[in-house]
Design a protein. Structure first.
Length: 151
């Protein structure tokens, strides 16, 4: 008998390693964008502020644990359509999604300006996207004012 109970995934994660952060950051921070580089174990690690993230060990935020084996990856971690296929296969009706890797490092960065730029880039995408969103919001406010004036 098939499982008829739908689940809520309250801790889903998206993989962000495929994102070119240089494209998303303002010009002042492009040269400091996170990069993926091979580690001593042959796996790729994200480098920010000259350090590997998440850190392999230690106390505090940004610790990812020992990297003795690769993390199992599924296409649904980067492709929204395949995420829905994964959710259907596990009978998940709703998912709350968090970024993996970069999300936990932003609060631990030393440069508050870089942290702010990365947080904005994660939410808004490229600076052009942010400008488009601002433009749409401005147009919506204009329409709201016109409708209010007519009422």
């Amino acid at each position: 008998m098939a499982n008829s109970i739908s689940a809520v995934d309250a801790d889903g994660h998206l993989e962000e390693s495929h994102i070119d952060w240089r494209d998303r950051l303002p010009d002042d921070y492009k040269s400091r964008a996170p990069e993926r580089r091979p580690s001593g174990s042959g796996q790729l690690r994200t480098i920010i502020e000259g350090k590997a993230w998440p850190r392999p060990a230690g106390l505090g935020i940004g610790v990812g644990g020992p990297y003795c084996r690769p993390h199992p990856r599924r296409p649904g971690m980067t492709d929204p359509k395949l995420r829905l296929v994964d959710m259907d296969s596990e009978n998940i009706a709703v998912a709350v999604l968090f970024g993996a890797g970069l999300a936990g490092t932003i609060p631990a960065l030393e440069d508050a300006g870089l942290a702010t730029a990365l947080a904005s880039a994660r939410i808004l995408g490229s600076p052009n996207t942010a400008r488009r969103i601002q433009s749409v919001l401005k147009a919506l406010r204009r329409w709201r004012s016109r409708i209010s004036a007519q009422a």
